[in-house]
Design a protein. Structure first.
Length: 481
């Protein structure tokens, strides 16, 4: 049975959706005022992988991921650029889709925008005012946290110990420092909509509650996002949603870990802040990056653990993927051999599929799942040395494709992977073993002519592709990956 770590309970819980065979999932999306950064890439990939595995397990998944398209940051960026705020949001929604396409992440089932749900937001705020858990101050409306008795249960904080902090608006008009804005009265030049409290715009937290309930119902299965959203954003979502409906909002709360750069927290002030666009286009990386390389690297870390983004990690991911695609190319070769190797491969495949799904059922443990695929790669390479039938080879290829699809990996052919690498600027050996043999012969010829500069250049070229060569005393040259 699938178990997930539920931030709300603080433990791994057995996953049982409200409606058998169906999963309704909401994930907080981006505020569209700038390019997406590496943290956004990780969150997007984590929850896309969760969606894929739920579908692999037979569930019908309704996946909702929003855009916050009205916010102080958007207004400030519009003023900074001296353009309409709608132009800012349109520009960065386009940039978001560009980045997700590079990562191979398809759209969610529904991708609502806050500005398209103003009526639902106003109705939800009105319900809270009517119930006496929200109050109006000069055109602003605040949620009164003291009226919600279990405030702090997600973040495990006590109200009396809380202080107004990051993304918590300090306002002396509040009845309690932790009261948060549901509706903000408009200022000159800001976007606004009519409401019972005067012209204004929604607060940040209320948007997600209204959009989630609109598309998934008052109670749904999974709510996700980064760990930085646990407090105050998700805490406030729970308070306002449960106070309005009297029902539980989401049953399972999943959160992905933070991103570090070379073991330091990613921060603009430290100068180690990378957007997704920069990662793909930055020429200084030691290895050119494709979407699949970045996916592989991110998936070799458990989604709840801190992620250390490093040059070495990217390099290892590139070499690992190259090894997989080299194997897939060899598995395409035809053979008629029958024998014990074929039976052994079938056994290894069955064991791998079982262990892969066990790993994913344990709170979506992608590092363990990837390790199972690496083990299958190793076994398949060994068995190829003893020869395998065409049928066994195809069985192995289809297994890699099926299990890899859960994580968006291994869906290309060898030539496509090499073509993408070449287009990204990376130098690759495209001819397989025959090309390696040709380069070694060319190097040996250069050595015989005492053209040691050329010979050394060829050695370095092979080494860059993880090919080790060994010159033997008898004059022959051996190589291995």
């Amino acid at each position: 049975m699938l178990k997930v770590f539920n931030t709300l309970t603080g433990r791994k819980d057995s996953f049982e959706p409200l409606v058998p065979g169906q999963v309704r999932m909401y994930v907080c999306g981006v505020t569209v005022y700038d390019d997406c950064h590496l943290g956004h890439a990780r969150s997007a990939l984590v929850f896309e992988t969760i969606r894929r595995y739920l579908q692999h397990s037979g569930f019908v998944v309704t996946f909702v991921k929003n855009f916050t398209d009205v916010d102080d940051k958007i207004i400030n960026r519009a003023n900074e650029l001296k353009i309409p705020w709608q132009t800012v949001t349109a520009r960065y929604i386009d940039a978001y889709y560009r980045d997700m396409d590079r990562l191979g992440i398809p759209p969610a089932t529904v991708e609502p925008k806050a500005t398209e749900h103003i009526a639902e937001i106003i109705a939800l705020i009105q319900a809270l005012v009517t119930k006496g858990v929200a109050y109006q101050v000069n055109g602003d409306v605040y949620f009164q946290v003291e009226r919600y008795g279990t405030y702090g249960r997600l973040s495990k904080r006590k109200l009396e110990d809380m202080q107004a902090g990051a993304r918590v608006e300090v306002d002396e008009r509040k009845r309690h420092p932790m009261d948060f804005a549901l509706w903000k009265s408009s200022k000159p030049g800001e976007p606004s909509w009519d409401s019972p409290w005067g012209p204004g715009r929604p607060g940040w937290h209320i948007e997600c509650s209204a959009m989630a309930m609109k598309h998934l119902g008052e109670t749904f299965d999974i709510h996700g996002g980064g760990m930085d959203l646990i407090f105050p954003h998700h805490e406030n979502e729970i308070a306002q949603s449960c106070a309005a409906t009297g029902k539980e909002f989401a049953r399972y709360w999943l959160h992905n870990g933070f991103v570090q750069i070379n073991q330091e927290k990613m921060s603009k002030s430290l100068g180690n802040f990378f957007t997704i666009r920069e990662i793909f286009e930055k020429s200084e990386w030691p290895e050119e990056i494709t979407g699949e390389i970045l996916r592989y690297f991110l998936l070799t870390n458990h989604y709840r653990s801190p992620l250390d983004f490093s040059d070495q990690g990217l390099k290892e991911a590139k070499y690992a993927l190259d090894g997989f695609y080299d194997l897939f190319n060899r598995l395409k070769e035809t053979a008629k051999t029958e024998g014990p190797a074929n039976e052994k491969l079938t056994t290894v495949i069955e064991r791998t599929r079982f262990a892969f799904e066990q790993a994913m059922d344990d709170d979506f443990n992608t590092p363990a799942a990837v390790a199972e695929l690496q083990g299958l790669r190793s076994e398949a390479n060994k068995l190829l040395e003893t020869s395998l039938s065409t049928k066994a080879r195809e069985q192995a290829r289809q297994t890699f494709r099926l299990l890899g699809s859960v994580m968006g990996l291994f869906q290309l052919e060898k030539w496509q992977f090499k073509k993408i690498m070449a287009e990204s600027g990376a130098h690759v050996i495209t001819g397989g073993d025959a090309e390696i043999e040709r380069l070694i012969a060319e190097r040996n010829e250069a050595r015989s002519k005492k053209d040691f500069a050329k010979a050394d250049a060829i050695r370095k070229e092979l080494a860059s592709q993880d090919i080790i060569i060994e010159d033997r005393p008898d004059g022959t040259t051996r190589w291995k990956r």
